[in-house]
Design a protein around this ligand. Structure first.
Ligand code: IMP
Ligand code: MG
Length: 177
């Protein structure tokens, strides 16, 4: 107990199930207050955010919509590098109150590149919730509105997050030793 092996690496427990559940509930309660009388659309980024999105949603008492999308990056034609595109976004965001749901923000690159695409559709507002934030790893500026835990720049698995495809099923979050 306390440690798990995923592929070739050993991880030790870092955030317990109870701590995660408590924090997720607190974030949901804050959102319930901030969005009282509104009807936000939650856009959860697959695969990592599926557990966080599900638990967060259970605690919402406001009217809310939810969709899941997948991000794919490919090399753009120009030297500007990676282009991020989304798969599965059918909703029209015009005039909507959007909340992005992410499992973890590391360098910030993924969302930094993707947000302008969403803003292009002119949502009424756009906020981000991330369960985990490696704030010391920030390379791309990004404002996170609801953060679960600020964690050190070490690799973690569990509660939706994977190491090379495995570890998502763990109820706790584990840090590499
Ligand atoms: P960013 O674009 O650098 O912010 O990276 C975000 C993505 O990298 C996340 O959505 C995860 O898929 C992945 N990632 C970053 N750090 C970790 C980690 O510690 N464990 C698992 N996945 C991670
Ligand atoms: Mg992710």
């Amino acid at each position: 107990m306390g440690t798990v092996k995923v592929h070739d690496k050993t991880f030790e427990i870092y955030i317990t199930e109870a701590e995660i559940q408590q924090r997720v509930k607190e974030i949901a309660e804050q959102i319930n207050k901030d969005y009282a009388g509104k009807r936000p659309l939650f856009i959860a980024i697959l695969n990592g955010s599926f557990m966080f999105a599900a638990d967060l949603f259970k605690h919402l008492r406001i009217e809310a919509e939810l969709c899941f999308i997948k991000l794919a990056s490919y090399k753009g034609m120009k030297s500007s590098g990676k282009v991020v595109t989304s798969i599965g976004l059918e909703e029209d965001l015009f005039g909507k109150e959007v909340i992005i749901v992410e499992d973890i923000v590391d360098t910030g690159k993924t969302l930094h590149n993707f947000l302008p695409k969403l803003m292009h559709q002119q949502p009424k507002s756009m906020k981000i919730t991330a369960l985990l934030h490696k704030s010391a790893a920030t390379e791309y500026p990004l404002t996170l509105d609801y953060v679960g835990f600020d964690i050190p720049n070490k690799f973690v698995v569990g509660y939706g997050l994977d190491y090379d495809g495995l570890g998502r099923n763990l109820k706790e979050i584990y840090q590499v030793i």
